[in-house]
Design a protein around this ligand. Structure first.
Ligand code: ADP
Ligand code: MG
Length: 259
């Protein structure tokens, strides 16, 4: 049964897309079948994996608003061996368009339904806002994975997101769980990183992943080659830590399903 995970945080630049790409890729190297859905009009996950091949190619927008079959919009990549439902700037009008549609929170859920069980994991890279696209992701998802950047005010952003999650639980998706929190751009040399990480761990306990993701230049370079960190530089600290995160993620899910 496919599990759908939304990677969400309304703050921009906290590592959502980097985590979406590298967790998806990491899972593929653990023989999991993965679909990565780009739900951000900036299309960073799509370009960062070279999933946009030609102009006018169908995207998640075509599926949500133009009646395209989801299978026709999905791109099959070789390295990493994952499928991607790409996005581009057309998606920037989505919130306005959705507003007029009945059951607007469930558009994505309904679009994914026919292919959900073709995958072990479906990862949704959310936009940096709490608008309707994000609500669609949370309504479709089984769980939310929250990247938290090691900086001041990190917890404030999370509190706001948790309120949104509770609202979605009360309305469109009562079964929505929190998959976990991941500390990103961690710098062990700074007190700030350690303090924020400790703070978040004190507040959220076991929900926080053991593996912190360090600030690593290779992680920011990989997208310019259209690669995940595992193809770009498998020996980097970034690859090691996203590898650890992926293993932790799989272990938690195996415990969850009792496999
Ligand atoms: P979001 O999707 O939350 O906006 P991104 O994953 O796009 O965040 O990250 C924002 C920027 O920071 C990007 O340029 C990305 O390459 C870079 N970045 C993300 N995580 C790291 C990291 N651990 N180390 C170094 N750079 C990172
Ligand atoms: Mg992003």
């Amino acid at each position: 049964m496919g599990k759908i995970i939304a990677i969400s945080n309304q703050k921009g630049g906290v590592g959502k897309t980097t985590t979406a790409i590298n967790l998806s890729s990491g899972l593929s190297y653990m023989q999991k079948k993965v679909l990565l859905i780009d739900l951000d009009s900036q299309g960073n996950a799509s370009t960062g994996l070279s999933a946009i091949k030609e102009k006018g190619q169908p995207t998640v927008y075509s599926v949500l608003f133009e009646g395209y079959n989801i299978q026709d919009a999905i791109v099959h990549l070789k390295a990493p061996a994952i499928d991607v439902l790409p996005a581009n700037l057309t998606l920037s009008g989505a919130d306005l368009l959705m507003d007029k549609i009945e059951q607007k929170e469930l558009l994505l859920k309904n679009a994914i339904a026919p292919i959900k069980n073709d995958y072990d994991f479906i990862i949704i890279d959310c936009p940096p806002s709490l608008g309707l696209l994000n609500t669609n992701a949370l309504s479709a998802a089984d769980s939310v994975l929250i990247p938290v950047q090691c900086e001041y005010y990190a917890l404030e952003g999370v509190t706001q997101l948790l309120m949104t999650i509770r609202l979605v639980q009360k309305t469109s998706n009562p079964n929505l769980k929190i998959e976990g929190l991941v500390m990103t751009m961690y710098d062990a040399r700074t007190n700030l990183s350690m303090e924020v990480s400790q703070d978040v761990r004190q507040t959220f306990g076991k929900l926080v992943y053991q593996s912190n993701i360090p600030r690593n230049i290779k992680l920011s370079e990989a997208p310019s080659r259209g690669l995940s960190i595992f193809e770009y530089d498998v020996n980097s600290a970034g690859a090691r830590c996203y590898g650890d995160l992926t293993k932790e993620f799989v272990k938690r899910n195996e415990e969850f399903y009792g496999e």
